[in-house]
Design a protein around this ligand. Structure first.
Ligand code: ZN
Length: 239
């Protein structure tokens, strides 16, 4: 059994709520982390400490690498860039060393982990549509790929005959099929549901779970620290 979490983005309140929810369901679960511990939010060091402690397998996201100078921030939008520069200033040495050591992909038995796409992990492309998924099924082994980056939860199934479809929030894994699954974002959901999002894989069942957290609390901290207004407002809108 695994809990799969992604895109925490320095949102400690959301991360705590998700961990509480996971622990309530089961005290012993492996946690797989799909990248972007930091960026956007107010508590990067605290989130690094927790993820470091609880994740059994973890990989880098573009914001993790950007905040330690490993990837260019030219293509970041101005608010995201401002938050990265702020993060670079407040990151503690242990935290940045830790982020520098994160790999781009990981394999956990039959499960493949990547932040952007299996085809080009280092280029941070988004995988959102079925046509993007189709090609990417050729770039990982095993039957399930978990990925993040878009902050939009989904489950895509490729049946034995090659046909693709998007499924609901709770799915039984079939032995002849393969899957690309985005658990959504813990710290900055973008599917118009502001609650934190993560996934549980238990036996042959995968489920996307939503958890409410005190958004105003996070917004207050961001305001005090002078983080960009649009980043504060979007948390309540889930976009
Ligand atoms: Zn992200």
């Amino acid at each position: 059994m695994y809990a799969i979490i992604s895109d925490v983005h320095s949102n400690l309140d959301a991360l705590r709520a998700v961990i509480d929810d996971i622990r309530k369901r089961t005290p012993s679960v492996g946690i797989l982390f799909l990248g972007d511990i930091v960026g956007y939010g107010p508590e990067p060091n605290e989130c690094i400490e927790i993820i470091k402690d609880i994740a059994s397998f973890l990989i880098a996201g573009n914001h993790d690498w950007a905040s330690v100078g490993l990837t260019d921030i030219e293509y970041f939008n101005p608010d995201a860039r401002e938050a990265i520069l702020w993060t670079q200033n407040v990151l503690r040495v242990e935290g940045s060393e830790f982020l520098k050591g994160l790999p781009l992909t990981a394999e956990v038995g039959d499960i493949f982990l990547v932040h952007g796409t299996p085809k080009e992990p280092q280029d941070w492309h988004y995988l959102i549509y079925l046509e993007d998924a189709e090609e990417n099924f050729n770039y990982f082994k095993g039957n399930i790929c978990f990925l993040g980056h878009s902050h939009i939860p989904f489950i895509i199934e490729r049946a034995g005959d090659g046909s693709l479809r998007t499924l609901g929030k709770r799915v039984k894994i079939k032995s002849g099929s393969r899957y690309i699954i985005n658990p959504g974002s813990v710290g900055q959901p973008r599917d118009r549901d502001p609650r934190a999002s993560y996934a549980i894989l238990k036996g042959d069942e995968v489920e996307i779970i939503r958890v409410a957290y005190p958004i105003e609390n996070t917004q207050r901290k961001m305001k005090t620290l002078g983080l960009p207004r649009a980043l504060i407002e979007r948390l309540a809108l889930g976009r």
